[in-house]
Design a protein around this ligand. Structure first.
Ligand SMILES: [Ca+2]
Length: 181
């Protein structure tokens, strides 16, 4: 189908907005780790939390460090010290992304995705202050969050607990349950 003319331009813009909103929405059936059941005090994450295995660098906190480091879902988020940490799933999953917040102008952060110990993916390296959800849609069993400094927080780690589908199918369905088919 070829769209031309003012009405068709409006329709195309509408469709682009729908696609953009679908990409931003959390798919139905997705798991979101929001950390909000943890202590308000700075506390080391246990090696196993929310059914996943966590490296030794993760800390949770509900302490107010200023708006640049606010949790996406209050009151708790996590950070790593020293900068960087890993998370492992018990099997293949689809990592959809996580919220990152940092006001540190010297910050550079990125994600890496691994499967069976081999690095398959690396996100863009973001430099400077940032606040937003980093959407990735990676079929992996481990992610690593890497940063220049510890002054970045993560929240709302989001994944589909099903074998990873082709990205286009997940995007089209917007549903982790459909993605299992
Ligand atoms: Ca939270």
């Amino acid at each position: 189908m070829v769209l031309k003319g003012p009405k068709e331009d409006t329709l195309k813009k509408f469709l682009l907005v729908i696609v953009a909103l679908a990409a931003l929405a959390v798919p139905a059936g997705a798991n979101v780790i929001d950390f909000d059941d943890l202590s308000l005090a700075d506390t080391a994450l246990p090696p196993t939390y929310a059914g996943l295995e966590w490296g030794p660098s993760w800390y949770s906190s509900g302490i107010d460090y200023g708006p640049d480091y606010d949790p996406f879902s209050p009151p708790i988020r996590v950070y790593t010290t020293p900068a960087g940490g890993w998370v492992k799933w018990p099997g293949l999953t689809t990592f959809l992304g996580a919220a990152v917040s940092t006001g540190d102008p010297g910050q550079v952060f990125w994600f890496e995705g691994y499967l069976g110990g081999s690095k398959l993916f690396e996100s863009a390296h973001n430099a400077g202050a940032f606040r937003g959800f980093v959407g990735l849609n990676w079929p992996i069993d481990e992610i690593r969050f890497l940063a220049a400094t510890p002054y970045a927080v993560l929240d709302d780690i989001t994944y589909c607990a099903v074998p990873a589908p082709p990205s286009i199918l997940l995007l089209a369905s917007g549903d982790c349950r459909q993605a299992a088919i």
